[in-house]
Design a protein around this ligand. Structure first.
Ligand code: C5P
Length: 402
């Protein structure tokens, strides 16, 4: 799984740094190329010579090499990497990564990297549970970084609790598991809707909703990074699609979104309907800005928009997999089940506005998935990218059964 992969191993100044000799050795044995970057403090715990010998590459620590003046480009390193592992990750480095404090080569490379990032924290139990560390780790999760949770046990301080860096064997396993799903959507076409739709009232005002598009864009990145060709039909959002396999179609209204989706449907193997589509549009859109009247308030005549999910459900071939979303405020389960059936979806992803850190605008989500086979899969609160990973795992299972 790791054969030929370019791995940056970032080592920071904690006692668990001594385990990085084993970690480097295991990565090399698994066939990876390893570039070690150490923070200045890490060198107090383990000799760079040990790591350069094991990795077969000079260890990088400074922005330039003092005796030759050679510049170490964090941008080139960030592009070279297929994955970054920060192990051990101290509270200080986690804080710098979370807040963009790029005062050393490691954090600078982290900020430049496009590859997945794995963070293996190691610290004393009180530091681990300090609200600052908890918040910073939450921020890293929200950026899509993978946190390899520390184990419980005896710590270097002889205190017992959570904070031991995960064993090198398990860090390698986490990386292998990630790369195992790496290309599982190769050759598939996935159509995704994201964001809100906007329906005009007059040339100045509109009806819309609070959808940011973050969940749909996370799904698009996830599918593309697993080898799929993605058509992303996006309502007006400020987000950027990064992956070159994403073909973005920008729309404004529900009708435009409907037309773009029906256009792309025949060539799609899977459709994920993540957009928050306005259920109604204004029938009597004013040509000029509506002025405030003294007595009578203006009356807006609303007419229903097409239900895109339903139209897809009716038009789809048996080999096409469809996934819907349901954002609910009450009667969550029965509403979601009803939509699953009405829209003929294979599965529906439900989030509740009653859950903190789920739904609109935020970077995290907590979902329950209902499948057409009667399964109910409850998830924890995770970054939207991690939720996207779980959803795409289920999608992949459906696609492999078609
Ligand atoms: O709005 P509602 O709760 O019915 O949305 C459930 C699902 O249907 C979502 O997947 C949403 O993207 C989709 N939908 C749609 N077109 C609509 C309304 C909803 O595709 N007009």
């Amino acid at each position: 799984m790791l054969k030929g992969k370019h791995i940056i191993l970032g080592i920071t100044g904690g006692i668990a740094a001594y385990k990085c000799a084993t970690l480097t050795r295991l990565l090399i044995k698994a066939g990876a190329e390893v570039q070690v970057i150490m923070t200045p403090n890490a060198k107090q715990f383990i000799q760079p010579l040990t790591l350069s010998t094991l990795s077969g590459k000079p260890v990088i620590s400074e922005f330039f090499t003092a005796n030759t003046g050679q510049w170490n480009s964090h941008v080139d390193l960030g592009l070279w990497a297929d994955a970054l592992i920060i192990a051990p990750a101290t509270a200080s480095t986690i804080g710098k990564m979370a807040n963009g404090v790029a005062d050393n080569m490691l954090v600078t490379t982290y900020l430049s990297a496009k590859a997945p990032v794995f963070v293996a924290p190691a610290m004393d139990l009180d530091m681990m549970r300090h609200p600052s560390t908890v918040r910073n780790l939450e921020l890293l999760r929200s950026y899509g970084n993978h946190i390899i949770e520390p184990a419980e046990g005896e710590l270097a301080s002889h205190l017992i609790g959570k904070g031991r860096m995960e064993e090198p064997e398990n860090i390698v396993k986490a990386l292998e598991a990630y790369f195992a799903t790496g290309e599982d959507l190769q050759g598939k076409h996935v159509l995704i809707t994201a964001g809100p739709t906007v329906e005009k009232i007059d040339p100045v005002r509109y009806i819309s909703n609070f959808s940011s598009g973050k969940m749909g864009f996370a799904l698009a990145e996830e599918c593309a990074s697993r080898g799929a060709h993605v058509t992303l039909v996006a309502g007006p959002v400020t987000l950027k699609a990064e992956h070159s396999n994403i073909h973005r179609v920008d729309v404004t209204t529900a009708q435009e979104m409907h037309d773009a989706v029906m256009d792309a449907l025949p060539k799609s193997d899977a459709v994920i309907l993540c957009a928050a589509v306005a259920d109604y549009r204004v029938d009597n859109v004013a040509e000029k800005k509506i002025k405030r009247e003294k007595d009578a308030a203006p009356v807006l005549h609303l007419t229903p928009n097409p239900d895109i999910a339903r139209a897809v459900g009716q038009a789809k071939r048996p080999d096409q997999v469809t996934v819907g979303f349901a954002l609910e405020t009450d009667n969550e389960e029965s509403n979601a089940q009803g939509k699953l059936e009405r829209k003929q979806l294979n599965f529906i992803v439900m989030n509740s506005l009653r859950d903190k850190n789920a739904g609109f605008q935020v970077d995290t989500n907590k979902v329950t998935i209902f499948t057409d086979k009667g399964e109910i899969i409850k998830g924890d609160c995770k970054s939207k990218r991690a939720v996207a990973h779980d959803i795409v795992d289920i999608l992949h299972k459906y696609l492999s059964q078609q």
